[in-house]
Design a protein around this ligand. Sequence first.
Ligand code: CMC
Length: 425
Amino acid sequence: MSESVKLIYNGNEFELPVIFGSEGERAIDISTLREKTGFITLDTGYANTGSCESAITYINGEKGILRYRGIPVEQLAEHATFKETAYLLINGRLPTREELTRFSVLLNDHSLVHEDMRAFYENFPRSSHPMGILSSMVNALRSFYPELQNLEEEINMTVTRLLSKVRTLAALSYKISRGHKVVYPRPDLAYCSNFLNMMFDSPVRPYELDEDVVRALRVFWILHADHEQNCSTSAVRLVGSARVTLYAAISAGIAALWGPLHGGANQAVIEMLSEIAEKKNMKKAVERAKDKKDPFRLMGFGHRVYKAYDPRARIMKKMADKVLAKLNISDPLLDIAKELEEIALKDDYFIEHHLYPNVDFYSGIVLRAIGIPTNMFTVLFAIGRLPGWIAQWRESIDDPKWKLYRPRQIYIGPKETSFVPIDER
Ligand code: CMC
């Protein structure tokens, strides 16, 4: 049954079709609006704009639901590996045992990075943020791995290379930033264990893999694997729509994720909690967050889509308790985070604004506990989000309606004025 809405302006009626999603969401299809009416829509921050139809991830922000390809994220966090989750997002279904083995072999075979790429790392200033380095290195991959002639082969190879090499590039950047000997990927280790080993193994202190630490990282990555049309994913789709290489599109996604309002929030949360711990000013932080004249916000709180508790935050909070107990760590920041959450959730401002902890609120505490340095937190988010970016990019290029992203604007600048020669200004 097709439905439509009527737009009435100056006595003229225009009919626009309504589109329904599989979970009942509704959209007005305005693709003919300008042609029919001369109008465009204005939606700053795109809070009411659907940029595409997508079959990858479903979020219900009011009910706190997150599903990848229909499967609740809670089930994936409990039962799946990160590799299975990546396969699910990119290929649309869970792999069979055979497919998973083939996928693992491919990821292993492509896990090394060109030795010449190491020279770049030596020349970045030591103070560079690893997200800036990662974004540059991912873009540079194209030069080291030139395009294959067959398009399908080229896409599959690029996807494999990215999934496999970004993890290696990230660990490499950490080792080089510390002036430590680089550790290569090992064929006998699974995806998460391999990353931890590349990060922390040393010739003088062999890294001992702990099942619970590996599990914590796996869950962290699964929870971050996709989140529909967020800022970095939209950046990947937008940059990708100019038909750049997947490397360039992912590099743009990494740059977008770096921002403190997006993926950079996990680092910002730890910095905020540390400051609260040092200055013992929790009440002041809450007051500042509520003050409209103060740009300060409670980092790790609030979300564009979730107006209920972020389901990822719930899992991360439990994970923080579990990992700290297992590793026998007492982190004062966890106590501060819990107290802050309790105060905020009882406060009218946070209640009225529907502000709850988001995924970043507890994730930094988990990452800290497993030894990840604060400036690498967002890099870990990027590795986790990679399958989602790839799946979204793939879906966009496979879409027969695929178009260059090119929004319009309402111009509010000066009307035509004449050029004034320099001596007359
Ligand atoms: N602390 C205090 N007030 C807040 C906060 C916060 N963390 N978040 C939103 N608000 C207020 C905001 O001031 C505004 O108030 P009012 O309507 O009275 O002017 C109202 O809530 C709506 O805020 P908004 O900025 O219009 O909403 P948004 O949908 O653009 O914001 C957000 C989403 C995530 C940018 C925002 O909540 C925020 O800045 N949070 C802190 C940063 C953060 O934790 N980011 C991680 C997001 S989750 C991971 C990811 O997906 O990247």
